[in-house]
Design a protein around this ligand. Sequence first.
Ligand SMILES: *[C@@H]1O[C@H](CO)[C@@H](O)[C@H](O)[C@H]1NC(C)=O
Ligand SMILES: [Cu+2]
Length: 351
Amino acid sequence: MPSKIQAAALLGALVSSINAHGHLSSIKVDGTTYTAYDPSFQYQNPVPEVIEWSCPECLDNGFVDPTMYNDVTKIACHKDATAGAKVATVKAGGSIDIQWTTWPDSHVGPVIDYMAKVDDATSATSKELNFFKIDEAGYENGQWAATKLIANNLTWSITVPENIAAGQYVLRHEIIALHSAGQADGAQNYPKCINLEVTGSGTENPTGETADKFYTATDPGILVNVYSGDLSSYQIPGPALFDGASSGSGSSSSTAAASSAAAPTATSSVASSPATSAPVATSSAAVENNAVSSSTLVVSATPTTATSVPTETGSSSSGEKEFTLDTFIAWLEEKAGSSSSTKVRRHPRAF
Ligand SMILES: *[C@@H]1O[C@H](CO)[C@@H](O)[C@H](O)[C@H]1NC(C)=O
Ligand SMILES: [Cu+2]
């Protein structure tokens, strides 16, 4: 049986060889489908021009964590992101469907959308984006918003508020993954920004704030253990929805994006992928689709015993973290880019 140190080294190898998270694949704006940004665009010449902001540092599909919450160049539109070269036109009251390439089931958490009015979206910088929140969804009807997104063909649907003034805006779409959020700085923010030109006769110019004002490391919706307690009282972090949000997509907290999302939810993603289970006390990992494909990793962990493993790619530090069994299994799952929606706690999956 490998020692903890050896296990950590093996897991480190997994971290560097598996791309667990997704990025946006496409953005449908009032019926027109636009290509999203792909971090590999930086290797193309010319670099494709898209409506989404660019993030060359996002090759690892990584995240922004609470240690970066007061750095607007990171938390606004992801790490050092710069404005997209194009702008998509949408009517006030129109719809936007944002599709991700993939999302790990273990990465439960809220989905939140903001907009910021700008003079010219193609030359805006993160420091000047004064965002107001247009929609939010946390844990509702026994389901996390991120889980709903996966079930809806990896798509989140937004209604542009009907009453906002015409002009250019930057839309900020964000998933916050909470699978490790029971530990300090364990939350993972995945913000994406998109350039819009809103048309119509709205008159509202909601007050916004820069993204470095949104969250703190100890907000109840950021530092939260999602493996115990009453999730129905989960508090979505960030500012309140702007006053006019309700006239757009409907915005009680049962909300907005959720109600305009097409697919029903509860069982679909479970049914679509066979659950595989592994013994609880020992997680056996045979990685199928990457560089370490023929290796088998056996890590022993027992309930309530903390196991020390490296932090994942995208984290701000390269130190080690203490994991409980639950968060450790979630961590293993995410390394594998799990697509099963099997409950993490009950069916740690072999991958
Ligand atoms: C899901 O999205 C993919 C990619 O856009 C699309 O080809 C497919 O038809 C969608 N599936 C459903 C059920 O809408
Ligand atoms: Cu992750």
